[in-house]
Ligand binder design. Structure first.
Ligand code: FES
Length: 180
């Protein structure tokens, strides 16, 4: 009987854990809003993976923002993340603002990283985004947080199309327009 009670208790714990995990995944789903006009970055400047190109975008804060309807300017950076054709998924556009205390991140080669950063994130074989203020690091491939005090990965833009001459970026993560 005591065993039955213990099993029921463990089943409830497992259900609770699964529910929390589903909730956490739901929270991670990002919402995107359209920019006031698409940003166009020349394709010729994005031929080499790991080389990032800056751009300036403009959005409008949503109704849920403290100041809705305000024009918000956001600096982004776009890079090719894989060799191959010019499909939109071969490019990644991210906001340069560090989610910790809003310094601008920049590209850092593995040899430029502080030994303490390497100790935290392990050896990296290619460039990463590095925040110079408190050494948060982020993946160039998807903006995810690798280490440091940043509470999350870099805010994201969406590369919505690639044309013969340029990459088009038309959407930005809603949180950027809420908080900046
Ligand atoms: S502002 Fe970027 S790590 Fe603190």
């Amino acid at each position: 009987m005591a065993d039955l009670g213990r099993r029921a208790f463990l089943a409830v714990l497992a259900l609770f854990g699964a529910g929390r995990s589903v909730l956490a995944q739901g929270r991670r789903r990002l919402r995107f809003l359209s920019l006031t006009r698409p940003v166009r970055v020349p394709l010729a400047s994005l031929s080499t993976p790991g080389r990032a190109r800056r751009f300036l975008a403009q959005g409008v804060s949503p109704p849920s923002a403290a100041n809705p309807g305000e024009v918000v300017r956001v600096t982004g950076v776009v890079s090719r993340v894989e060799e191959g054709d010019n499909a939109p998924e071969r490019f990644k556009a991210l906001c340069v603002i560090c989610p910790h205390e809003q310094c601008d991140v920049d590209v850092a080669e593995p040899g430029d990283l502080d030994p303490l950063v390497v100790e935290e994130i392990g050896e990296v074989t290619g460039p990463v985004y590095l925040c110079p203020c408190h050494n948060s690091t982020f993946s160039m491939a998807d903006g995810s947080r690798l280490g440091g005090p940043a509470p999350r990965g870099l805010y994201q833009f969406r590369v919505t199309a690639v044309f013969e001459t340029h990459v088009e970026i038309s959407e930005v993560e809603e949180d950027v327009l809420l908080f900046f």
